[in-house]
Design a protein around this ligand. Sequence first.
Ligand code: ADP
Ligand code: MG
Length: 267
Amino acid sequence: MADDHRMLELIGVSHVYVNDKGASLAVEQLDIAVHRGEFVSLVGPSGCGKTTILSMLAGLIPPTRGQVLLGGDAVSGPSTKVGYMLQQDFLFPWRTIRDNAAIGLEITGRKTPEALRRVDELLAELGLPGSGSRYPHELSGGMRQRVALARTLATEPDILLLDEPFSALDLHIKLQLEDLVQQTLRRLGKTAMLVTHDLAEAAAMSDRVIVLAANPGRIVAEHVMPDELRSASPMDARRLAGFQSIFDQLWAELEAAEGAEGGDADE
Ligand code: ADP
Ligand code: MG
């Protein structure tokens, strides 16, 4: 059963949310496998279950049916193997950049002087040299998101879950960060799953893109990106000849997925 190349796996996974209004099937019968070092994006209309999928992988909610595996082991709760990066940076304003980036180390009892030196190195590698003793309000949105990335990487997770981490940023900062994140995750050999509503971002950053439809959340298409796009940086990939046709295809699939939805689409 265990395949060491499979870092992350959903097998026949469904999730039902139950609350005072009743039960709703958020995602149904998902089969997804992501290999070590792979970068996979999830795209799809609002409500198709992207955050639900990441929450199950992060061990925050259990699947109602099916199996969620990390490195071949069933997920039973949050794990230090997994880092989660969100749209909002959630930096604590009263903590320095270094202490914000080190919070995961602190919570897991690993905040040693050596680990703090590693945090400073990470900040420098992410383009924030010497910023450890500054405070979040002194930093721009793009710099803060770099701190959030340093915080996510500081605990050395094998797997990164990225839920729209660039969507609050200005376009040119976003493009710079896409390059930085892809380059950094590749260099460190991390496995990543990115949720984004930006199809160009998905096509430019990923090895593979999975398209979901909603009500219930399910997979409707899957694309392995061609080698020439994968080997280019996200910024350069956008300028390659093959990029537009993939973008158009994803666009058409997303429109079809939105059309396939039941009448109560929110947002
Ligand atoms: P996405 O991230 O793709 O927008 P979500 O995973 O947030 O989608 O939501 C998937 C579906 O599950 C939606 O129909 C949403 O309304 C529903 N849902 C999400 N969270 C809850 C919750 N805590 N309780 C009840 N329903 C929820
Ligand atoms: Mg979401």
